[in-house]
Design a protein around this ligand. Structure first.
Ligand code: AMP
Length: 628
């Protein structure tokens, strides 16, 4: 059975890992890196993913998509602020969902994440030598139902079988706790590129039990970068009366420089940001440059309110777990943004503990996801591990007066199931509409609507007579399934979901097909480029051989030169069948030429025969290997 892998699908970077000999190991990507930027660029109908996409971002800002995790499974009205500061075009999609306009087409965030997943899995398949299909994908613990569902659908669009969606801090705790003995209460503080989670767990005897989770899905490293971008832009505007945020190319360069400066300030007390030729003076058309020094103190001042925002979720998680901070045995830091010194300082202040630095904050989540994949596949080296997780937010339905009636409260262990009976308010009411909500506020309107479920086909009855049984079922992924049935008549009524931002089955199927076609087109394009490159390098070798073998007859040289020229022409015309013919002809000519050249060299020493043949074979073996 091919192995299942664990994937940390991060806002900024993603990591993939697998169980090897009883331990989780990170799998390096095709570029040899342990992390892959979660960046997808569209160039014509070609897609670039990872470092190669990230590298060309400043030149292609409107079609280079990054931090898309901020939009996945979101409603447009939840993300319009984040959308406004993006160099690419994020807009409202069908049913209040979010779409990204790129190359004249609208793509769903799920499709973009699917591209990242596809690259991770295809590189890992090549490394492991087997086609991977089964995956465990992590999500921030504080992701709501739609965000989880959308992440699962991204996996589906990438052609994967998503065994489980698990919470990032829980995964990190799995990686941390794998080799620990004894009972411990652990707080995982996870501040990544776009999200913030706090989870408190109890570990002991192979049981990983989540006690509480809290967080903020609008807080991450990118917000810290944004503060630097705003500061630089404001300063620049004061000086030159030009807002760099309005120029997508300048904005992309500013974002990159801001992140770099922030990272440098984790180790230095100040840093210089230098962006020559950032734009042109609109009046004089002379180039303008940006140069500023940023101190760590100024950075902490610019981000003071963000730093404050991490406090409340920590306190909420402690109070939900009914624990005092002094009862925490270990604090584990996960996510790149926990390297910010002020963040570490706050964690220490809130917990009274020096954070445990034994886990790699960039890799712990993927390693834990690989452990979970191993558990699901029954990897015997893992022994009996039991993982008990919780749902991060309360789920309920809207009832009379615009209130929320909770069905399953936050921090309930999952899977969880709850049934409630509802009825009608009017005589002969043929159907009811159930607004499913997620959130902690008492009024329905202040919470997120996950969808409106219509139960139709109720037979005519007096008001209050029908018994409508509504069941909420949260699976191990933290994803909610709702069913409803009218009990008095015994009839199952149909349920229809409206006003939901998650993709419907038809959309997913279409996107799966598109992604497969794209992957096939990419493969063909790559193959074509490889064939072209192989012919071109053979052509160069042929010309070298002509030069190096001066003694070869003019006729033989002319023939080889003609074949090389024909190859050049075929490449210029970019014609597949001509390229294939030219490759064959040039290989043949080169072989003939080399045979003649070898025998000529060998002849004066009187050593024709076996040795000569071997030498010729060596040359051909070495030269005809496929181009790298
Ligand atoms: P993650 O989602 O865990 O990959 O975290 C990525 C975030 O961590 C990005 O916003 C990075 O800019 C940030 N990050 C990575 N390294 C550092 C560092 N040394 N100091 C501050 N932030 C960092």
């Amino acid at each position: 059975m091919p192995k299942a892998v664990g994937i940390d699908l991060g806002t900024t970077n993603s990591v993939i890992a697998v169980m090897e000999g009883g331990r989780p190991e990170v799998i390096v990507n095709a570029e040899g890196a342990r992390t892959t930027p979660s960046v997808v660029a569209y160039k014509g109908d070609e897609r670039l993913v990872g470092q190669i996409a990230r590298r060309q971002a400043a030149l292609n800002p409107q079609a280079t998509l990054f931090e898309v995790k901020r939009f996945i499974g979101r409603r447009w009205d939840e993300v319009s602020e984040e959308a406004a500061r993006s160099p690419f075009k994020v807009k409202e999609g069908p049913g209040g969902s979010v779409r990204i306009e790129v190359g004249g087409k609208d793509v769903a965030p799920e499709q973009v994440s699917a591209e990242v997943l596809r690259k991770l899995v295809s590189d890992a398949s090549a490394k492991l030598g087997e086609k991977i299909k089964d995956v465990v994908i992590t999500v921030p613990a504080y992701f709501d139902n739609s965000q989880r569902e959308a992440t699962r659908q991204a996996g589906e669009i990438a052609g994967l079988n998503v065994l489980r969606v698990i919470n990032e801090p829980t995964a990190a705790a799995l990686a941390y706790g794998l080799e620990r003995k004894g009972n411990e209460t652990v707080l995982v503080f996870d501040l990544g590129g776009g999200t913030f989670d706090v989870t408190i767990l109890e570990l002991g005897d192979g049981v990983f039990e989540v006690k509480s989770t809290s967080g903020d899905t609008h807080l991450g490293g990118a917000d810290f970068d944004q503060r630097i971008v705003n500061w630089l832009s404001d300063e620049f505007k004061k000086e030159h009366n030009f807002d760099l945020r309005k120029d997508p190319q300048a904005l992309q360069r500013l974002i990159e420089a801001a992140e770099k400066a922030k990272i440098e300030l984790s180790n230095a007390s100040d840093t210089t940001i230098s962006l020559p030729f950032i734009t042109f003076d609109p009046e004089t058309r002379t180039p303008l440059h940006l140069e500023r020094t940023l101190s760590r103190a100024k950075f902490e001042e610019l981000t003071g309110d963000l730093l404050k925002r991490v406090r409340e979720p920590v306190q909420r998680a402690l109070s939900d777990a009914k624990l005092d901070a002094s009862k925490i045995d270990e604090v584990i830091l996960v996510g790149g943004s926990t390297r910010i010194p002020a963040v570490k300082r706050i964690v220490k202040e809130l917990t009274g503990k020096e954070p445990n630095e034994s886990v790699n904050p960039d890799e712990a989540v993927a390693l834990g996801a690989a452990v979970q994949a191993g558990i699901i596949q029954g990897d015997s080296s893992l022994g009996d591990i039991v993982l008990v997780d919780v749902t991060p937010l309360t789920m309920g339905v809207e009832v009379k007066g615009g209130m929320i009636a909770p069905m399953i409260t936050r921090n309930t262990t999952v899977p969880a199931k709850k049934t409630e009976i509802y009825t009608t308010a009017e005589n002969n009411q043929p159907g009811v509409e159930i607004n499913v909500l997620q959130g902690e506020r008492p009024m329905a309107a202040d919470n997120k609507s996950l969808g409106r479920f219509k139960l139709e086909g109720i037979p005519p009855m007096r008001a209050g007579q029908p018994q409508i049984e509504v069941t909420f079922d949260i699976d191990a992924n933290g994803i909610l399934h709702v069913t409803a049935k009218e009990k008095t008549s015994g009839k199952e009524a149909s349920i229809r979901i409206e006003n939901t931002t998650t993709l419907d089955k038809g959309d997913v199927d279409r996107m799966v097909r598109e992604a497969e076609q794209n992957a096939e087109a990419d493969r063909q394009r790559r193959e074509k480029v490889e064939k072209r490159n192989a012919l071109d390098s053979l052509r160069v070798q042929a010309l070298q051989q002509i030069e190096e073998n001066e003694g070869a007859g003019q006729g033989a040289k002319d023939k080889l030169k003609a074949a090389a020229d024909a190859a050049e022409e075929a490449i210029r015309q970019d014609d597949d069948s001509k390229i294939a013919d030219a490759q064959k002809a040039l290989e043949e000519e080169l072989r003939t030429f080399m045979t003649a050249a070898q025998s000529q060299q060998a002849a004066p020493q009187g050593s024709e025969g076996a040795a000569g043949t071997r030498a010729e074979d060596d040359v051909i073996d070495a030269d005809f290997k496929p181009a790298e």
